[in-house]
Write a protein that binds this ligand. Structure first.
Ligand code: ZN
Ligand code: ZN
Length: 246
């Protein structure tokens, strides 16, 4: 047994692993971050979604097709995919992770995200992960960037580098909560800059974030990266708001 495994075992005795959503004890902590009851409530997005933005069609009999939003405004990113819907279990875990400054919850959610297969996504076409950055003011308040914790686990799993200093948030934007799509787009316009254009040129980039809401922030990031010479940009998020808009 390695020292790391030993320390892990000891910490599991002192702090028994708990479900990230309901705090129930977990039997197989190496494999699970949610208890079975919570895991069953998660809506994994595996089929019947828009091939561009990834919105699932929950009750549509039409199966996968390009949604109305993407037909109207083709996004800058090539495709966006999420692990699961932004519903009770995932929402609770993300809130805990962000607002109680729980880095261990963040790492566990990173493992959860990295363990998902993203069924139609071809990782071999990409060269770099970039987490959506926080403004320095927000980073000071929160103490860490939640997207970077997710990106780190994705980088390990898919054997791709993670760069958290190439894309910077230069404008401290208002919270996006309560804003509609057009207001969100206006709010994030000009909020991001590239620190080193040479390092972006020719790269095939996967942007990582915790939640895809309207996609305004992620689309703005993709736009800035493409303008700096990136070859293509895709988006992977832990969760996605799934209100019907198709
Ligand atoms: Zn649970
Ligand atoms: Zn779409």
């Amino acid at each position: 047994m390695s020292l790391r495994e030993l320390l892990n075992d000891v910490s599991n005795i002192i702090f028994p692993p708990q479900c990230l959503a309901c705090a129930e004890m977990i039997n197989q902590p190496a494999k699970q971050v949610f208890c079975c009851a919570c895991q069953d409530k998660i809506h994994f997005i595996t089929d019947d979604f828009c091939p561009i933005c990834g919105i699932p069609f929950l009750s549509s009999p039409a199966g996968s097709h390009i949604c109305g939003n993407c037909l109207e405004n083709d996004p800058y990113y090539i495709q966006a995919r999420a692990v699961a819907g932004f519903e009770t279990v995932i929402m609770g875990a993300i809130h805990k992770f962000k607002y109680s400054r729980s880095i261990s919850t963040g790492n566990a959610l990173g493992l959860f995200m990295a363990g998902f297969s993203f069924p139609d996504f071809d990782f071999s076409g990409y060269s770099l992960f970039i987490p959506v950055p926080l403004h320095i003011k927000r980073l000071r308040e929160r103490g860490f960037n939640q997207s970077l914790l997710l990106a780190k686990e994705m980088g390990k799993k898919h054997n791709l580098p993670v760069n958290f200093s190439l894309l910077k948030r230069c404008k401290s934007t208002l919270t996006q909560t309560g804003l509609n799509k057009a207001e969100r787009e206006k709010n994030v316009k000009g909020a991001f800059v590239i620190a080193d254009r040479k390092k972006v040129a020719g790269e095939n980039i996967i942007l990582i974030d915790d939640v895809y809401t309207t996609g305004a922030t992620l689309n703005e990031c993709a736009k800035v990266l493409l303008e700096a010479g990136a070859q293509k940009v895709a988006v992977l998020t832990l969760s996605r708001v799934t209100e019907k808009h198709a």
